[in-house]
Design a protein. Structure first.
Length: 412
């Protein structure tokens, strides 16, 4: 039971984030949890090392390098001006972020857009005197909600598409999840307007062009970004054509980072400034969650509840709830085989994709992309979102999101 106690302490500290005058970072809290279960012998060092998902770590590492190059060169600011300079109202700006970033996350993966999008929304907030917390929430909800509709929108969807033996995964995900995803993006917009009405007063937005600070790094970063887009298109083609080739997202991220690593003379400075703390967070999270799962506490809880594991409502609620404790990717990796053995069909697998992904709208801890956004924001501008600020809008949003998916999937 020690890992369960440690987990609840970790979650409590993430909620509080402050002890006396000391403000704790999310990565520090998670690292404490991992060290605690290691020191108390709840997981061996060998098992702890095995629990760390190297694919996830290397994917984030590669995209962090691309993101750092884009930001440090000034190219991301330049690109932001080109993309948003015709926007004249905050309403249109929110809709563009929600549907633009949401659509991009469906094909570039939500973690990628979380990394690249954070400096973009912080810049927009600064330029137009908008509360940066609202912009960060908009980005977080956009990348989570938008990524539901695609088999490569996030790691758990990809796992379901590959291990769930889904034929024509893009068509299948589109058929079952596209319409409710669009509805839920509109729900996000309406709730943001409702909760932050006084902060989103109508005013005319004026954009100013942002200069590129380092032409050579900008050139390399642009090549890296094009490589990232091109390789993901190839990945999509492989999935469409059902080609049995192990072209991992990890390879895409690392190949995309190569122009900066190989050709930029100050590559060491780039490496020093990437978000190492977020990588520490994920390594620590994998260790703690493996220890928690090994106790059997959550599995026994599901079995003793006597729920019908194949009902849409059960899948949506259980996957959303458990993702808050063991994260959505480990949850799907462990829950998917159970559903398959019980005879789950495509509809039930789509419910698992929706529930495990939309879990990221409930709390900060519900999705890896949330943590990436918060860590990046704290690193770049000292702006953060508390657990309470997130769940205040995240809880009602998630309830509506789940109802939308339940109603729509029940039609099939």
């Amino acid at each position: 039971m020690i890992p369960i106690i440690v987990l609840f302490i970790v979650l409590a500290l993430i909620v509080i984030r402050k002890i006396g005058k000391i403000t704790l970072k999310i990565w520090q809290i998670m690292l404490f949890g991992a060290i605690a279960v290691l020191l108390t012998g709840q997981i061996s060092p060998v098992d702890a090392a095995k629990s760390i998902n190297l694919d996830v770590m290397l994917f984030l590492f590669g995209v962090f390098i691309v993101g750092q190059g884009l930001e440090e060169s000034g190219y991301i600011s330049h690109l932001t001006f080109k993309l948003f300079n015709r926007v004249k109202s905050i309403d249109y700006l929110l809709l563009l972020i929600l549907f633009g970033m949401g659509s991009a996350s469906a094909f570039l993966m939500n973690d990628t857009i979380a990394i690249i999008g954070t400096p973009v929304v912080l810049l927009l907030a600064k330029q137009h005197n908008i509360d940066p917390k609202i912009m960060l929430l908009t980005l977080a909800f956009a990348v989570t909600t938008g990524s539901v509709a695609s088999p490569i929108g996030n790691p758990q969807n990809l796992l379901i598409a590959m291990e769930g033996n889904i034929q024509n995964p893009f068509i299948t995900f589109f058929k079952f999840l596209f319409v409710p995803t669009i509805i839920n993006l509109l729900v996000v917009y309406m709730l943001l307007k409702l909760f932050y009405k006084k902060y989103l007063a109508k005013k005319h937005l004026i954009f100013h062009p942002e200069p590129i600070r380092n032409q050579y790094l900008a050139h390399l970063s642009k090549i890296s970004l094009i490589l990232l887009l091109l390789l993901i298109c190839i990945k999509i083609a492989f999935v469409f054509l059902d080609l049995n080739f192990d072209f991992r997202l990890t390879y895409i991220a690392l190949i995309s980072a190569l122009p900066i690593i190989v050709f930029y003379p100050k590559r060491v400075e780039i490496l020093k400034r990437i978000d190492w703390f977020t990588l520490i967070f994920f390594a620590a999270m994998f260790v703690l969650m493996a220890s928690v799962w090994n106790t059997g506490f959550l599995q026994n809880g599901i079995e003793s509840s006597k729920i019908n594991i194949l009902s849409l409502a059960s899948i949506l609620v259980v996957s959303t709830f458990l993702s808050q404790f063991i994260s959505n990717v480990p949850l799907v990796a462990l829950y998917l085989p159970t559903l398959m053995l019980a005879g789950a069909q495509t509809r039930e697998l789509m419910a698992l994709a929706a529930g495990s992904t939309i879990a990221g709208n409930l709390t900060l801890f519900g999705a890896a992309s949330n943590v990436i956004i918060i860590q990046n924001a704290e690193k770049r501008s000292n702006v953060t979102l508390t657990y309470g600020e997130f769940i205040k809008i995240g809880a009602p949003l998630t309830i509506v999101n789940l109802l939308v998916f339940w109603v729509y999937l029940s039609l099939f």
